[in-house]
Design a protein around this ligand. Structure first.
Ligand code: BES
Ligand code: MN
Ligand code: ZN
Length: 501
């Protein structure tokens, strides 16, 4: 996307978006020419500024864009990030329906006062995603031609350099949300553990401050990562543990470590998933994709913090040698685990990854993102990620970032009751608690992970709902992966960097 800036809403612009809240409509504080144009529509209540209301006009007045799309934001004091994201997307979708590829977005100074205005830009960029990755020929080029190619930001007064750099950051971050979406949406025949490793390698090759360590099957065996290896046993594709270390000051700073679940396909294993539950399970590596996208953003924005991104990657499939219910596995930490259900594989691979992170990096903060449980979707739906952990301060910081980016999180309980349930009969732990049937699944999954983080300040995001949601927002692509968590983690890291100065 090409970004340019202008201070006039002029006649050379083919399509301009005009976001306006109800106060603007009431006070009529539009640019002069626009006021003359929209006055009648407002008087006749054909546009009130209500949330998600739109009105597309084709002004014949000289000096105005050829098409002008008004989008309502609702009452000024109630304008949220979510509303801005949706409105930006809505307007951009109007442009695309009209086959416009050059779009202007007018940001009146009244709006610029609100810290969140940039989410209009995020929403517009996020909806301009090319989803048909495998289409060929004429249809593909037709679809690509419908993508908006240039965005002009129009303001009454020139933007400060700070505003411009925030817009550039939005552009970088949303491009990496698209990167995560594409990784998640591609099939598991292509996005294998090795593929994810290659993505990490290419990133580390581009930035000297980014170092890659990638552990293959032989190294994982030497290290005793019995949980990753156990889940991997049924697969012909070798597992990986991929570690990216962004250390811009080359200091022995305690890093923030972000871990992602990287199951490239979850068939359930011998506890096979039924038809209807397996189709999207190439997206079970959404956590790992988020980690890759966050690390890419961290490098591109030169975030002045040490950040480590890591993910275990393997398929969970069946073969004559696949792990079975009742198998006992020995983890990297030394704790033994009874496998009650081969479909509870995410917690197994993450447990080894978390224990490795704790031992290797002594993280200042440890955060994992995982499409871990269907139970979390049952509890919270598809808009919210479950938030659990051992450190209130860390969870509050994630909530603060979440209230900015509108990637919603909601806390779920995690206490000794759940830990008690994850104790094994013949081994230290078990990966499911069958007597609870389907109750409290998200808390039980987190309680299992908790056994492997020791005293580390840790937070767990169960993103099973929002990362793969079926009930799409205006800015979600129509494919499986939404890219949920990328903007959230980038915002969290930026807040953290600001706070530490
Ligand atoms: N990857 C799934 C969870 C999932 C389900 C993610 C739907 C996205 C959409 C996970 O590995 C899984 O299978 N969890 C089981 C756990 C159970 C066996 C304790 C589940 O949720 O049923
Ligand atoms: Mn599973
Ligand atoms: Zn899974």
């Amino acid at each position: 996307m090409r970004i340019s800036y202008s201070t006039s809403l002029n006649g050379r612009l083919p399509f301009a978006i005009l976001p306006c809240d109800e106060t603007t409509v009431k006070t009529g504080r539009f640019p002069k020419k626009v006021r003359a144009l929209v006055g009648r529509y407002i008087k006749e209540k054909r546009f009130t500024g209500a949330p998600k209301e739109t009105l597309v006009l084709s002004p014949t007045l000289a000096g105005l864009p050829r098409e002008l799309a008004l989008v309502g934001l609702g009452p000024r004091e109630k304008v949220t990030s979510e509303m801005l994201l949706e409105s930006g997307a809505l307007a951009m979708n109007l442009a695309r329906e009209r086959k416009q590829v050059e779009v202007a977005l007018f940001l009146p100074s009244e709006l610029l006062v609100n810290d969140r205005y940039q989410f209009l830009i995020d929403g517009a960029l996020l909806t301009n995603y090319y989803a048909s990755l495998y289409k060929t020929g004429k249809e593909a080029s037709e679809l690509k031609r419908q993508l908006v190619r240039s965005l002009t930001i129009v303001t009454d007064t020139p933007l400060t350099s700070q505003s411009r750099s925030r817009i550039r950051e939005a552009l970088t971050t949303t491009a990496n949300v698209d990167y995560a979406r594409s990784l998640i949406s591609r099939p598991s025949s292509e996005v294998t553990p090795e593929y994810l490793e290659t993505e990490a390698r290419e990133l580390s090759n581009r930035y000297p401050a980014m170092t890659l360590t990638s552990l293959d099957k032989a190294q994982l065996t030497t290290l005793g990562m019995g949980l990753i290896l156990g889940v991997n046993r049924g697969s012909t594709r070798e597992p990986r543990l991929v570690i990216l270390d962004w250390n811009p000051r080359q200091e022995k700073e305690q890093p923030i470590v972000i871990v992602g679940k990287g199951i490239t396909f979850d068939s359930g294993g011998y506890n096979l998933k039924p038809t209807g539950s397996m189709e999207d399970m190439h997206g079970d590596m959404a956590g790992a994709a988020t980690v890759l996208a966050v690390m890419r953003t961290v490098a591109e924005l030169r975030v002045p913090l040490r950040v480590v991104g890591l993910f275990p990657a393997t398929e969970n499939v069946v073969s004559g040698d696949a792990y079975k219910p009742s198998d006992v596995l020995t983890s990297f930490s030394g704790k033994t685990v009874e496998v009650g259900n081969t479909d509870a594989e995410g917690r197994l691979i993450l447990a080894d990854a978390l224990a490795y992170a704790v031992k290797t990096f002594k993280p200042r903060y440890l955060i994992d993102l995982a499409t871990l449980t269907g139970a979390c979707i049952v509890a919270l739906g598809e808009r919210y990620a479950g938030l659990l952990g051992t450190d209130t301060e860390l969870m509050e910081k994630i909530e603060r970032a979440s209230s900015m980016t509108a990637e919603r999180v909601w806390r779920l309980p995690l206490d000794d009751y759940f830990s008690e349930k994850m104790k094994g009969t013949i081994a230290d732990l078990r990966n499911v608690a069958p007597e609870l049937k389907r109750a409290a699944g998200a808390s039980l999954g987190a309680a299992f992970l908790k056994e492997f983080v020791g005293e580390t300040a840790w937070a767990h995001l169960d993103i099973a709902g929002p990362a793969l949601r079926q009930d799409k927002t205006a800015y979600d692509p129509k494919t499986v992966g939404t890219g949920f968590g990328v903007r959230l983690m980038v915002e969290f890291l930026k807040l953290e960097a600001d706070q530490r100065g």
